[in-house]
Design a protein around this ligand. Sequence first.
Ligand code: IPM
Ligand code: MN
Length: 361
Amino acid sequence: MDLHVLTLPGDGIGTEVTAEAVRVLRHAANKFGHKLTLTEGLLGGVAIHKTGTPFPAATEALALEADATLMGAVGLPEFDNAPPERRPEKGLLGIRKTLGVYANLRPVRAYEALIESSPLKNHLVRGTDMIIVRELTGGIYYGTPRGITGEGAEARAVNTMTYTRPEIERVTRMAFELASKRRRKVSSVDKSNVLENSQLWRKVVVEISAEYPGIELEHILVDNCAMQLVLNPRRFDVVLTENMFGDILSDEGAVLAGSIGMLPSASIGARRPNGAWVGLYEPVHGSAPDIAGQNKANPLGAIGSVAALFEYSFGLLEEAAAVNKAMEAVLNNGRVTADLKPSGTPATTSQVGEAVCEAIG
Ligand code: IPM
Ligand code: MN
């Protein structure tokens, strides 16, 4: 199969973890006899430095051309006080919107080998296996009006949380489709005791659930969900939620798995005529400028995103399974970075990438 993949390493540790993800992608493509074509583009802070904008038109064109996009991370402290339009994060929001990747899938699994790295007691976290389905192209991240007006005591800031029925419908269907292949339970997260937005969310989710009779649906308020994630994470199978709630809950979910460095994500949109999904793949972690350039970031979130890329954008399930299995083997061998290794000599970023390739065979 021809695989045309765009890489956007971005900022901070994004370049290091993407290099390892690409190493694994090349290795697996080669092993399974696929022809891999790689292009590379600029996104985030590095793009602002080189072109003056976080999401240059050239990157947009490359993304629309490729079959799938593999991203590292965006964000640099020097832009912390820049207005939203001139921040690296704006580039990420831009590419998500351009590709129309409305469903962000963030699997949270407690690997047995990492059970000691979780901040939760073993008996609470053992067996956790959920997927967070985060709406990604709507809600308060994109709603208008937005902005800051006035000065001094007159200063006023506004953001708008907005959802339309079709936006809720499509991401809900995605969650139910996933649940039908898992443990058949959807937990829809909202704040319907306060927000009209959540009231519409809940109403539409209930209506769509009627299309999926064999699947259990529960509603859970976002504050309670944050608590349940640490009290009883095993109760969750598919967690469906809007953009900002999903951003927050997925960081919380990430540490259950031992380290935020572990979490991959797949952002998917429409299906192409051949049935594969348009997709943007990225680790859940940020650019971590404090450890950038030191070859010590955990690349497994990025490498797990390669597995997701095989699965969703190419329908290559065997290749995806090979990458996931190799990651587990590496975890079991303890060839892991410092975030997962409180004592003993940690592996470097590149050693982890090499170990995954070896384990693929
Ligand atoms: C994430 C990140 C992004 C988000 C930032 C970098 C814009 O935190 O992917 O979770 O909030 O979506
Ligand atoms: Mn986030």
